[in-house]
Write a protein that binds this ligand. Structure first.
Ligand code: KIV
Length: 284
């Protein structure tokens, strides 16, 4: 682990030396800080915030303004990890010019170092143009949540020979276009291994098995903060929702019983000030 800011060469070197990369999502200052303190390599301000923070059914409604707002909050807490800003649906799909302008906004207005976008071969020219404009890009292939409905829902990808070949072709096209890394989501573990072997850039898996160059999880899934559903590929390292519910319930009963606030949570006032006020305002 490097003590200074994680750089793109560090990410590249990790694959060369066989060090697994650790990536998580964060959407605000406290989680950005905790990810930093935990020593992860990469923090993704993902458009998954639409689901786990905003309560939407998917990610397509997430806007550039949402992303910039959350990236700015995360950046205030993240010093060491590389921070990736996710490009929301339709911020890069309409034209290469739009893609460059919006990638630039995430970096200039949000403050993140690099951007991520979903799509393989079809988006290689877009990736190449953003990279040429000076903004490093992370690819995202396999299951691509923004276009999940076109893929038949949130389903495992690359299951037959043709589909698996397409995933490998997508990875190679993105590498040729200049990505510094690729997220590979929801594919069989053996395909994950083949994709990682097919390219020199690090392949970071989410539901892609153990034989890739690193792992990413949505933090809210991993700590039990999002309870609508938990994908099969998630390991829950904590279950903090019941802890929060317990605290809120105790607070409610303390307020109702008068146990909170106690004297230790209250401010005092000099006696003479109080006496003067009482003379004027105390109800007889
Ligand atoms: O938005 C997100 O959190 C993602 C991860 C699932 C990789 O894209």
């Amino acid at each position: 682990m490097v003590a200074r800011k994680v750089t793109l060469p560090d990410i590249r070197t990790a694959k060369e030396t066989g060090r697994k990369l650790v990536m998580v999502t964060a959407y605000d200052y406290p989680f950005g800080r905790m990810a930093d303190e935990a020593g992860v390599d990469i923090v993704l301000v993902g458009d998954s915030l639409g689901m786990v923070v905003m309560g939407l059914d998917g990610t397509v409604e997430v806007t550039m303004e949402h992303m910039i707002h959350h990236i700015r909050a995360v950046m205030r807490g993240c010093r060491r990890p590389l921070v990736v800003g996710d490009m929301p649906f339709m911020s890069y799909n309409t034209s290469i010019r739009d893609a460059i302008v919006n990638a630039g906004r995430l970096v200039k207005e949000g403050g993140c170092e690099v951007v991520k976008l979903e799509g393989g071969t079809d988006f290689a020219p877009t990736v190449a143009a953003i990279v040429k404009a000076g903004i490093p890009v992370q690819g995202h292939i396999g299951l691509t949540p923004q276009t999940a409905s076109a893929l038949g829902g949130f389903k495992l990808q690359g299951k037959d020979v043709a589909a698996a070949q397409k995933v490998i072709g997508d990875a190679r096209a993105l590498e040729d276009a200049g990505v510094f890394s690729i997220i590979l989501e929801a594919v069989p573990a053996p395909l994950g291994k083949l994709v990682a072997q097919a390219v020199d850039v690090p392949v970071i898996g989410i539901g892609a098995g153990p034989d890739v160059d690193g792992q990413v999880l949505v933090t809210h899934d991993m700590i039990g903060l999002f309870d609508k559903f938990v994908p099969k590929f998630v390991k829950q390292y904590a279950n903090i929702r019941p802890v929060i519910l317990e605290a809120l319930g105790q607070y409610k009963s303390d307020v109702q019983s008068g146990a909170f606030p106690a004297s230790g949570h209250s401010f005092t006032m000099p006696d003479e000030t109080l006496s003067a006020l009482k003379v004027k305002f105390e109800k007889k």
